[in-house]
Design a protein around this ligand. Structure first.
Ligand code: 13P
Ligand code: SF4
Length: 303
């Protein structure tokens, strides 16, 4: 089947199965084109918590589809590519977190949504890169154990200095490798462009930025800004929406290495197969789901 036929089939199956296709901002262009909802982790979690579809086809990585299932247990949640994981999420396990909690008995565990359901279940509250600062500010206690992203955790620590933030040794392999030489090089070529970066980049990178935010916040900033040139320090999939929303503005990817191979696994073909064969269905242990939901719900209650 060619892409036009695949899109037709996907639309037929969507109606037949009362399904919705949600896609993260890093997905391949062709997947974003066929999606009903595109967004960052927070927007997609909110959408999945509150919609009337029977089936959610989650075009993203495993933890995102798991969050959808945690929030919508009665729906069938499908992840088109079962191997689409997140290496950062794998850098913390529930057992390792339990051990670390023993070392910091009074600390509140804030868990970045890039984590497994089991880790969420061991945490007090979740956050995304959109709301991490608000989440940490909402906690009365001073000591916070922040897992797993040390870069986002350092960013929050700088913005909320009144808290004692204990970091975990986790990071995103895609964002962590951005370096200062790349910034210097691209700023030499485009000296009048603003630098917009994701907080999963290292401290020395976000310290250089004109704006730091989640994928949605970067998209909103670029659309609302009076500026017309931007260097983008996050995964290349975001360029699709940036260019679509702003045909008269220019966007330059900070580094050609800003590719998340897991986000790129999903294709039109895999979306079609997911709907046609109803795979791969996300299933969770009910105790784990309920405990993980407490941490996600506490986050979602924050504005
Ligand atoms: P956002 O929540 O900003 O979309 O980020 C998710 C992610 O995985 C970033 O690498
Ligand atoms: Fe995980 Fe990084 Fe890919 Fe986001 S970009 S899904 S944090 S590996």
């Amino acid at each position: 089947m060619n892409n036009i036929e695949l899109i037709e089939k996907i639309n037929e199956l969507k109606k037949e199965k009362n399904a919705v296709i949600v896609a993260h901002n890093y997905q391949n262009d062709e997947v974003q084109e066929v999606a009903d909802v595109i967004g960052d982790s927070l927007a997609l979690s909110r959408y999945c918590a509150d919609n009337d579809k029977d089936v959610i086809v989650f075009c993203g990585v495993h933890f995102m589809a798991e969050s959808a299932k945690i929030l919508s247990p009665s729906k069938t949640v499908l992840l088109p590519e079962i191997d689409a994981g997140c290496p950062m999420a794998d850098m913390v396990t529930a057992d390792a977190l339990k051990e670390e909690k023993k070392k910091h008995p009074g600390a509140v565990v804030v868990c970045y949504v890039n984590s497994s359901a089991e880790v969420k279940a061991e945490s007090d509250i979740c956050c995304t890169s959109s709301n991490a600062i608000e989440v940490v500010k909402s906690i009365p206690e001073k000591d916070i154990l922040f897992v797993p992203d040390k870069n986002l955790g350092s960013y929050v620590a700088q913005k909320v200095p009144e808290k004692n933030i204990i970091l975990w040794e986790g990071y995103c392999i895609t964002h962590h490798r951005v370096n200062l030489d790349q910034i210097k090089e691209i700023r030499n070529i485009h000296p009048d462009a603003l630098l917009l970066v994701h907080p999963e980049c290292q401290k020395e990178i976000w310290e250089q930025a004109d704006f730091v935010g989640s994928t949605k916040q970067i998209i909103d900033f670029a659309r609302e800004s009076g500026h017309s040139k931007f260097i983008i320090g996050t995964e290349m999939g975001i360029m699709y929406k940036l260019k679509k929303d702003n045909p008269d503005k220019s966007f330059y990817l900070l580094s050609q290495g800003l590719v998340c191979p897991n986000m790129k696994k999903t294709t039109l073909k895999s979306v079609y197969t997911a709907l046609n064969e109803m795979k791969y269905e996300i299933k969770l242990d009910e105790d784990v789901r309920l405990n993980a939901k407490k941490a996600l719900d506490r986050m979602l209650r924050i504005g």
